[in-house]
Design a protein around this ligand. Structure first.
Ligand SMILES: Nc1ncnc2c1ncn2[C@@H]1O[C@H](COP(=O)(O)OP(=O)(O)OP(=O)(O)O)[C@@H](O)[C@H]1O
Length: 290
């Protein structure tokens, strides 16, 4: 379980993150989504004890990372710059990490096989492709058999089969009761793996909730006799309206509310469709609504 509460980190005059609150629950894959510079890495670095928050808290299994007894047994992390010595083999890297973390070396061979690197186990990591380094970083994160996995932009460098492998691994981890928090700006990649979504922009949470809920309620496609008057009424009710040719897309109202408003102002409606959106559309509509 990951609990982020009122987290703020200020660098000079920049709020890298501001009052960020969300939970990543066991049994679910939670996606932290945002554009470059939105505060994803800062949030994850604070969670992993690599950066101190200005205020607020970030807890793994109810504790700050540095207060965890044997942290690698609780949380495994894949950070953007998964570091390994270029002259070391994949096997030696994992064995060293196990030693440094006070963990057994017994699982090294098994893990290399698990991440599909068994044939490259004795090769220098300096000769690994970016995708192979990502696989090694995932194996490193799994060394302590942690229940919580934190991955910062893990899709970088993975080809489509690599991505499919990672999705399967994360789903499997969550299905076994583990907690997964994954950050990315590649929305289409994440859409296929996340259960819950936290959208962050300029350091603040813009929206959060189960993916199905965000996709389901975010947008209606409406075509009516007097688009202008209806758009005005929707906006007055707090909705965001995007006109697009002879239709408009409405966020922030249920289809019942949209139908009732049209009825009240007596504008005939020809089309009213609740569209299941892609994550990218959800992201754009919350970003535009701010
Ligand atoms: N050590 C630092 N010193 C000063 N400013 C920083 C530092 N770390 C991050 N920032 C600033 O905080 C903001 C959030 O950065 P952060 O790296 O958390 O974003 P991100 O969403 O992870 O982006 P990216 O995907 O590009 O890594 C940015 O404006 C960044 O310039």
């Amino acid at each position: 379980m990951i609990e982020i509460r009122d987290l703020t980190k200020t660098y000079g005059r920049v709020d890298a993150v501001r009052d960020v609150t969300f939970t990543a629950a066991p049994g679910r894959v939670t996606g932290l989504l945002g554009l470059n510079g939105s505060g994803k890495s800062t949030t994850l670095r604070i969670l992993l004890g690599l950066t101190r928050p200005t205020r607020g808290s970030a807890l793994v299994d109810g504790k700050r990372y540095r207060d965890l007894d044997q942290p690698l047994r609780h949380v495994g992390a894949v950070l953007e710059q998964g570091l390994c010595h270029p002259g070391q083999s994949g096997y030696a890297h994992l064995a060293t990490q196990a030693l440094l973390g006070g963990l057994s070396k017994n699982r090294v061979g098994e893990l290399l096989e698990f991440v599909g690197l068994e044939d490259a186990a004795t090769k220098r990591t300096g000769d690994y492709s970016l995708g192979m380094r990502q696989r090694l970083a995932v194996a490193t994160a799994l060394l302590g058999e942690p229940s919580v996995l934190v991955l910062d932009e893990p899709a970088n460098g993975l080809d489509p089969p690599g991505m499919a492998w990672l999705r399967e691994l994360l789903r499997h981890h969550a299905a076994g009761g583990g907690t997964v928090l994954i950050s990315s700006h590649l929305l289409a990649e994440l859409e296929q793996v996340v259960d819950d979504v936290v959208i962050i922009g300029a350091g603040r949470i813009l929206a959060s909730g189960p993916l199905a809920e965000l996709q389901g309620t975010a947008r209606l496609r409406v075509r009516a006799a007097d688009q202008g008057r209806l758009a005005e009424a929707y906006e007055k009710a707090g909705a965001t309206v995007l006109p697009d040719g002879d239709v408009m897309f409405v966020s922030g109202l249920t289809s019942e509310q949209a139908g009732d408003i049209a009825c009240e102002i007596q504008v005939p409606v020809y089309e009213l469709v609740a569209e299941a959106q892609h994550l990218e559309d959800v992201f754009m509509s919350v970003a535009e609504a701010r």
